[in-house]
Structures are given as structure tokens and as C-alpha cells.
Write a protein that binds this ligand. Structure first.
Ligand SMILES: COc1ccc2nc(C(=O)O)sc2c1
Length: 230
């Protein structure tokens, strides 16, 4: 998978060189390109924003630099997916992350200020698929944090990135439930003991206990995830 990121804060994404995604890049499983939007400006001040038509507070990102950036990064390619992080987007979920992990080329267009001129998404849709996505029902200062979170959630699902694919199965949201609590040594810690069933060696009993714990935790913390009959 290739991931391109266009941003006015390219230094923001240095962290993607470390940990899991850093190794995936070195192993050739993920290709990452981080691009400063200002390289597609042509004035002395490298201007990327201007006042909004219709008035209102804040500034809007100009369409010209974005158009040239997408021209340069998409070329004649037709199967790229342009992801626009925005509070007005569809919710980012584990299911969406799984879908996006199957893509061959993602381009994250990270807005700042009050957002990107709407014609950028409109014109991009004439040459690529465009998806406006939100991390959640809150507002960040720009698309970079959202893009970072999405790239991590998507990248770790790309085959080969996580050493043991089994570890991707028993996770919150993978089966529609929150994950069960986990324990490791010591058996007793500050008077708190690991549940006996986990030390029983009875795999069926452990699986049943974990399932019940996941259901109980989901009912308590995220009842909205449960269909009415669970
Ligand atoms: C101007 O670009 C922005 C601003 C806020 C924002 N908030 C997001 C979110 O997913 O919460 S994405 C995003 C992009």
C-alpha cells in the first residue's frame, strides 16, 4: 500500500518512521510520502489560505495549491482514494479501517483553518474516489491528527504489518464488542488476583469467560454497539 499525505505541517508525520509502521516501511509493506502543500504555491509568501466568500470567521484553504498537489501526486492514476479528514465526514470505524486496508493507494489531504475550498473535493471526484472522514464528534485544529490516527489504524491491518495476525482478531470493535480484560504475571498484585479461570488451562472455559466479559463490558460502556437482543 502507498500512502501520500499532503499537509502544511509535514514535520508532524516524522513519528511514522518509528514502531510498527516504521518497520513496515522498511519491509516494503507500506510506502509513505509526506508532502508540504506549500511546494505548490508560487508567491513570495507561499500563501495557502484566503478569506471566506460570504464572510465569517477564519480563513479557507485556497484551491490552486491543492489542485496542483493532486495533479502531481495522482497523475493519470484512477484507482487512488483521496481521504479528506473533516468534522463533516463519515465516522471512522474499525470496519472502515479494514476496508481501507485493502486499498493500493491512499492520499490524505490534511486541511487547516476553516477547511479546504469545497471545489477541491468536487474536482478531485472527477479523477479519483473521494471520502470525507471524521475521527469522531469533536473538532480538531486540522486534519493531521485525524490522518495520523487513521494511518495507524489502517496500516496495522495491512497483511504482514502485524507479526501475529491472531492479535488483530481479539481486539475491541473487531467482533462488534469491546475486548475482554487482560492479565499477566504476577498472579497476585497488591492483593488483586488474576481470575482463576484464566489459570485453569481449560481453553473452552477461558473462551467462554472472555466472551462473557466482553459482552458485560460492552453492555456497561457501549450499549449502543449491541443489537437489541444481546
Ligand atoms: C480544517 O481541517 C480540519 C479541522 C478540524 C478537523 N476535525 C477532524 C475530526 O476528525 O475531528 S478532521 C479536521 C480537519
Amino acid at each position: 500500500m502507498r500512502v501520500d499525505i499532503v499537509t502544511i505541517f509535514p514535520e508532524f508525520f516524522g513519528v511514522l518512521d518509528v514502531s510498527l509502521l516504521g518497520r513496515a516501511r522498511r519491509d516494503g509493506l507500506l510506502e509513505l510520502g509526506v508532502h508540504d502543500l506549500r511546494q505548490w504555491t508560487h508567491d513570495r509568501h507561499r500563501t495557502v489560505d484566503d478569506t471566506p466568500y460570504g464572510g465569517g470567521a477564519g480563513m479557507v484553504m485556497k484551491p490552486e495549491p491543492w489542485g496542483e498537489a493532486l495533479d502531481a501526486l495522482l497523475g493519470d492514476e484512477t484507482d487512488a482514494l483521496v481521504i479528506l479528514p473533516t468534522p463533516a465526514g463519515v465516522p471512522f470505524t474499525q470496519a472502515l479501517a479494514r476496508e481501507l486496508a485493502a486499498e493500493s493507494h491512499l492520499l490524505f489531504a490534511c486541511g487547516r483553518y476553516e477547511g479546504i475550498d469545497a471545489r477541491v473535493a468536487e474536482h478531485a471526484a472527477t479523477r479519483a474516489r473521494v471520502l470525507e472522514v471524521s475521527l469522531g464528534d469533536y473538532v480538531l485544529n486540522g486534519g493531521e491528527v485525524a490522518a495520523m490516527a487513521m494511518i495507524e489504524a489502517i496500516g496495522r491491518l495491512v497483511p504482514g504489518v502485524v507479526g501475529n495476525p491472531e492479535s488483530l482478531v481479539e481486539e475491541s470493535h473487531e467482533d462488534g464488542l469491546l475486548e475482554h480484560p487482560s492479565y499477566t504475571k504476577p498472579q497476585v498484585w497488591r492483593g488483586l488476583e488474576v481470575p482463576e479461570v484464566l489459570r485453569s488451562g481449560n481453553h473452552a472455559a477461558v473462551a467462554a469467560w472472555r466472551r462473557e466479559q466482553a459482552l458485560e463490558r460492552t453492555r456497561r460502556v457501549r450499549p449502543d454497539l449491541l443489537p437489541d437482543d444481546r
